[in-house]
Design a protein around this ligand. Structure first.
Ligand code: AMP
Length: 381
């Protein structure tokens, strides 16, 4: 029986889920996305769109009435509203899981209570708590917004006592937490999936390089020892064991200076560090997410080729229309998201440099260097 799939969020992640769904016409008959931007990326690839805010109660109800299954590409949906529409549509991952994950403090408390390693953290209710926390953790430490923060925009690094007031004021009354700074060796992640029948599969560990707090580059596989890989995979599977809900999850971790793994955060959705799977694996994370929420057998997650994913980000200098990015090179796969306007550091597209001819990561990095110039986003004339 075919199903109508509703997605909260119709950005690039929703777009790539919608594209994966086109290959499964016998299972998904239609996609409807809820997104505030008219003609959002998912709508451009054929999804029907409800134009409304992600938290708009009436719009979520409408989506649930029109869909058989609801999922999301962003974690800021209202989990209480979602819970209340479960009678209309199946929701995966579950609103309970979303509720825990979308609040960084609840998420870290949950992980800690289940014995999963996380950086030290405390809840912040007033500026005095920040001062106390810094006495405990030392400098630097990160003041973080508990909710609705992504791409590092909700973090303020406090390097000295003089910065406390500025950091606290920056968040203007938002709910906060303070976290000890982890001087990590590397950031890594595991994309994991669970289907509604409980089957779990994980993709190999990848390495993530951030610039300006935004993911810039993913290297698959991560350049770490087998021991670190194994440890990270064990922690990812422990996390999946305690988290409920079906779908794909992005589990971001730090490798510490003494090669331990701590979890930075979990995304209850397909994840930027899994985009390499579009070409590096038999099953992309987007297809896997559909298989998971539809209760079908999960696909093969083996890494077939070394691959580097490089994000195309809006240049810092301008906001407006931009010149098309063109890269014609064997085994480089460019994916633009159809966003008309560039903004500083906005995710406009990505490319996957695939080691189809058994190239090493170093060779792929050289290839990336040779075409980087062409990825710079320039204002159109
Ligand atoms: P977040 O949005 O909290 O995932 O943070 C975005 C980025 O900030 C991460 O990918 C890290 O590069 C950095 N970051 C977050 N938390 C910490 C921490 N406790 N110690 C060091 N860096 C961090």
């Amino acid at each position: 029986m075919t199903k109508i799939l509703g997605i909260i969020g119709g950005g690039q992640l929703g777009m790539m889920i919608a594209e994966a769904a086109k290959d499964m016409p016998e299972t998904v008959s239609k996609i409807i996305v809820l997104d505030p931007t008219k003609n959002c990326p998912a709508a451009q690839v054929g999804a029907e769109q409800i134009v409304a805010d992600f938290k708009d109660r009436d719009a979520i109800i409408e989506l649930s009435e029109k869909s058989d299954i609801i999922t999301y590409e962003i974690e800021s949906g209202d989990s209480n509203v979602l819970k209340s529409v479960e009678k209309n549509a199946e929701i995966n991952p579950s609103p309970e899981t979303l509720h825990i994950i979308q609040d960084k403090f609840l998420q870290k408390t949950f992980l800690k209570e289940h014995g999963i390693p996380v950086p030290e953290f405390i809840e912040i209710s007033n500026i005095q708590d920040v001062k106390e926390g810094l006495k405990k953790f030392g400098y630097p430490a990160l003041l973080k917004a508990r909710r609705d923060a992504y791409d590092g925009r909700g973090n303020f690094k406090i390097d000295s006592e003089e910065m406390i007031q500025t950091a606290y004021d920056y968040f203007e009354g938002q709910k906060l937490m303070l976290e000890k700074f982890v001087p990590f060796k590397m950031e890594v992640s595991v994309i994991a999936a669970r289907n509604t029948k409980g089957q779990i599969k994980t993709y190999p560990l990848v390495e993530n390089i951030h610039e300006d707090n935004i993911l810039r580059q993913t290297i698959a596989p991560a350049r770490v020892s087998q021991e670190i890989t194994k440890n990270a995979e064990i922690i990812a599977s422990q996390t999946m064991d305690v988290l409920k809900g079906a779908g794909v999850f992005g589990i971001e971790m730090f490798v510490t200076q003494n090669d331990q793994i701590v979890i930075n955060e979990i995304a209850p959705r397909v994840h930027n560090s899994g985009h390499h799977s579009l070409q590096s694996s038999k099953t992309s994370q987007f297809k896997q997410h559909l298989l998971a929420i539809l209760g079908l057998d999960l696909g093969d997650t083996k890494l077939i080729h070394n691959t580097i994913m490089y994000n195309i980000l809006g240049s810092k200098g301008f906001e407006g229309k931009y010149q098309p990015i063109k890269i014609e090179n064997n085994n480089i796969f460019l994916k633009m998201y159809g966003k008309e306007i560039s903004k500083p550091l906005r995710k406009l597209g990505h490319l996957n440099i695939v080691g189809t001819n058994d190239e090493s990561i170093d060779q792929l990095l050289e290839k990336l260097e040779s075409i980087k110039e062409k990825t710079i986003v320039k204002q159109s004339n």
